[in-house]
Design a protein around this ligand. Structure first.
Ligand code: FE
Length: 344
């Protein structure tokens, strides 16, 4: 320990002396990032942050529930500074476990619309994703899928593909329906969708899109970026699928499509709290939002950051203004409705 401190002190001295040593963390220190995001392009962003600030990022990756369990068991000694995840539901679970500390930041308040952050400052969304539909335009008219409610009608009996109910994306969508409609109507919708399934849930969102392409179903629920990635990526087979499958944006009560976030919050026991906040503000910067959008095909959270290519071609839709914190908190209710309705 003493030796390590001495090395850090020496590195600091070297910096003061004008020498540049990139090998050791300097005065700027480190930030320990627990990430439930699993996108390769995030690493380029981390490198850019370190270049700009001198702060080294140690990344611990895992599934959201694994990281929440890890932080919980680490307790007060947790090295975690910042926890990021790709769904408001995952962030809400971490908040429920008492793993965040509220932070106040004019920068974040300015860049992130109020409905995309937790009202108490526990977590902030820096990217958006819409949970919408991929459909077969040869068999489905756009006006048949322009409202989530229509997916539960007999029109689509045996014609819908969707992943399982343990997907946090589905829990958040159903949570939004509960928030908008109340439990009873949301339960009817869930039962309608279960009755409309073309097959038992299997695979991820991309598999549902491929199933539409293969004629297994006419409509699939999917996050927007999966479709955009398939349509604009290097995989010729995926592009052949999206050539004949369209992306549609249903509306909830005429107010727009269900929108979720990627976001993060400062850990309750963060040893490097200031660096954590700085990294969170970095993620929320216009440059970072553009980078993530271009590479992972999510939408920027800031209204003044236009989506870059290829996302711009799919950015012309109305987003429902519902607070992400409101639907995130409905997950337990959503889970019990879906289980009761036999949504596997
Ligand atoms: Fe995803």
């Amino acid at each position: 320990m003493r030796l390590k401190n001495m090395m850090i002190a020496l590195a600091g001295l070297a910096t003061l002396g004008g020498c540049s040593s990139g090998d050791e963390a300097g005065d700027a220190g480190v930030v320990n990032l627990y990430s439930a995001r699993h996108y390769d392009s995030d690493q380029a962003l981390y490198d850019r942050f370190t270049e700009e600030t001198g702060i080294a990022i140690n990344v611990m990756e895992g599934r959201p529930d694994e990281l929440v369990a890890r932080m919980t068991s680490e307790g007060e000694n947790s090295p975690a500074d910042l926890f990021i995840a790709a769904d408001a539901g995952a962030l809400w679970r971490a908040q429920q476990a008492g793993l965040f500390q509220p932070v106040a930041s004019d920068t974040l308040d300015q860049r992130i619309p109020a409905n995309l952050r937790e009202p108490g400052g526990n977590w902030y969304g820096f990217m958006r994703r819409a949970r919408v539909v991929a459909y077969d335009p040869a068999r489905v008219q756009p006006e048949e899928i322009d409202d989530y409610a229509k997916l539960a009608t007999p029109r689509f009996r045996g014609r819908i593909c969707v992943r399982s109910s343990d997907s946090v994306y589905n829990l958040s969508l159903v949570g939004a329906l509960i928030e908008a409609w109340g439990e009873e109507r949301a339960e009817q919708w869930v039962r309608g969708v279960v009755a409309n399934m073309a097959r038992q849930p299997e695979g991820g969102d991309r598999d549902q899109i491929r199933a539409v392409g293969a004629g297994v179903c006419e409509v699939a629920l999917t996050n927007s970026y999966y479709y955009i990635r398939m349509a604009s990526g290097d995989d010729a087979a995926d592009r052949a699928v999206t050539d004949k499958v369209a992306l549609g944006f249903p509306s909830l009560d005429g107010q727009g499509a269900h929108v979720n976030i990627s976001g993060g919050g400062v850990a309750r026991n963060a040893p490097n709290r200031d660096n954590a906040l700085r990294l969170l503000e970095f993620f929320a910067s216009a440059d970072s939002q553009r980078h993530i959008s271009a590479n992972n095909n999510e939408y920027p959270a800031s209204p003044d950051v236009p989506a870059p290519a290829p996302v711009d071609a799919y950015a012309d839709f109305t987003a429902h203004p519902m607070s992400v914190a409101a639907f995130a908190a409905r997950q337990p209710q959503a889970q019990s409705l879906m289980s009761a309705a036999g949504w596997r």
